[in-house]
Design a protein around this ligand. Structure first.
Ligand SMILES: Cc1cc2nc3c(=O)[nH]c(=O)nc-3n(C[C@H](O)[C@H](O)[C@H](O)COP(=O)(O)OP(=O)(O)OC[C@H]3O[C@@H](n4cnc5c(N)ncnc54)[C@H](O)[C@@H]3O)c2cc1C
Length: 377
């Protein structure tokens, strides 16, 4: 084993050193880029590779760890550290972590063995085209991708409007239904360089422009059996759904902490009048600490498949989204006019917090699923 490979394993298996390394990367390498990412749409590719090398994408992936353990709380903590500085990068990290999680949960061991290490180490960057899937399984919209069984794989047609952390040489996980087999779907890893597949830059975004978000167009794209993660898509989603949503908590926790810090920073100058505002930093901190404690505790059991457990995960995801909106509003009100400067963190946090609230599962989606679960019980 090379010295650098040994260091990677060391970092992944020792969460404290991984988190220290991630904090250093955030401070020294990401922070100087944050404004460019926000205002110019820079994609922080070098930072993503550095985070991977530090072991930040692997704690929740037993298949990529020397000790075979699962430590999703550390993955969430690392994403929270990054999201405190820049949610674009935090979201790209969620895309990467979630793609690795799909491989961790693959029934096809060869796709897992071929790809999980490369994603965990950040050598290959990856994403997740599963918003449509999650909404389709929640009865919100139809599946947009359809595959036809052919010799040695599937030919897939359709499109996904927005998938992030993509580019030439990247991969992503997605799910398609199967022509002529109502109710059956297949989960696959898609190589962005596949023939018949195209990334189309069709939109520009506020706050998230630095996430390399593309429309994904499948026109007779051939997905070989070697890239099939599970030929029972519904079973796959049931197995992996909790982890997908739990990992997102890292984004929410990070954004909220940074908003609290912004409120605290102006306390010496404006505390005498800010004390008349709601959602003061100490109050928000108490709520954040409770949410964080609950998140990290739930994340210990991310392989759990029961509906009761998933209900708790959805509720916590809703709480973190709602808290992010309140914290971002509070940061704006606490900083006042200075928060309105184009370079001010407060107005960026506001735009970032709304993304936490609208990315699938969005607040409205979460409330729908929770209401239906309550009716069924
Ligand atoms: C910056 C950014 C990055 C994203 N990255 C990802 C990602 O990596 N993976 C992923 O799966 N999802 C991604 N999404 C989608 C996201 O998770 C949500 O699904 C999306 O924001 C809409 O969710 P909603 O529930 O609010 O749907 P609504 O906004 O209520 O519903 C709108 C529906 O209309 C359709 N729609 C809207 N605009 C268009 C369009 N221009 N072309 C085609 N269809 C359209 C969509 O299917 C969507 O479901 C991203 C969105 C944004 C804004």
């Amino acid at each position: 084993m090379s010295e650098s490979a040994a260091r990677l394993i060391d970092a992944a298996d020792h969460p404290t050193s991984m988190l220290e390394a991630a904090a250093r990367i955030v401070h020294e390498d990401l922070k100087p880029l944050t404004l460019k990412i926000d205002l110019e749409g820079l994609y922080p590719q070098a930072v993503m590779h550095q985070l991977g090398a530090a072991g930040a994408f692997r704690p929740h992936l037993p298949a990529a760890r020397a000790d075979g353990a699962m430590d999703m709380p550390s993955s969430i903590k690392a994403m929270s550290l990054v999201s405190q500085e820049c949610l674009s990068t935090g979201f790209s990290m969620w895309c990467q972590d979630t793609c690795g999680w799909y491989l961790q949960n693959a029934v096809n061991s060869s796709v897992r063995e071929n790809w999980v290490g490369r994603l965990a180490e950040g050598h290959v960057l990856g994403g997740t085209g599963m918003s449509n899937t999650m909404k389709a399984f929640a009865g919100i919209e139809e599946l947009r991708l359809r595959g036809k069984r052919v010799d040695g794989g599937y030919v897939v047609n359709g499109s996904l409007p927005w998938v992030s952390n993509l580019g030439a040489g990247h991969v992503f996980g997605t799910l398609f239904d199967v022509e002529g087999e109502p109710g059956r779907s297949v989960m696959a890893l898609v190589d962005c360089d596949t023939q018949g597949f195209q990334l189309r830059l069709s939109a520009h975004f506020t706050a998230l422009e630095g996430t390399r978000t593309f429309a994904c167009i499948f026109q007779e794209a051939f997905i070989p059996d070697a890239m099939i993660i599970d030929d029972d898509g519904a079973a796959f989603l049931r197995r992996s759904r909790a982890g997908i949503v739990l990992l997102q908590l890292g984004m929410g926790l990070g954004v909220v902490q940074s908003c609290i810090d912004i409120c605290r920073d102006v306390e010496p100058m404006l505390g005498h009048v800010n004390c008349y505002l709601e959602d003061r930093p100490d109050e928000l901190q108490l709520e954040l600490d409770d949410t964080e404690e609950a998140s990290l505790a739930l994340a210990e059991d991310a392989f759990e498949e029961s509906d009761d457990y998933f209900r708790e995960v959805l509720q916590l995801r809703l709480t973190s989204g709602e808290l992010a909106l309140r914290a971002a509003q509070s940061a704006m009100l606490h900083t006042g006019a200075k928060g309105y400067l184009q370079s001010a963190p407060a107005q960026r946090k506001l735009r970032e917090a709304y993304f936490v609230a609208i990315v699938t599962p969005a607040i409205k989606h979460l409330r729908k699923e929770l209401a239906e679960m309550d009716q069924a019980s």
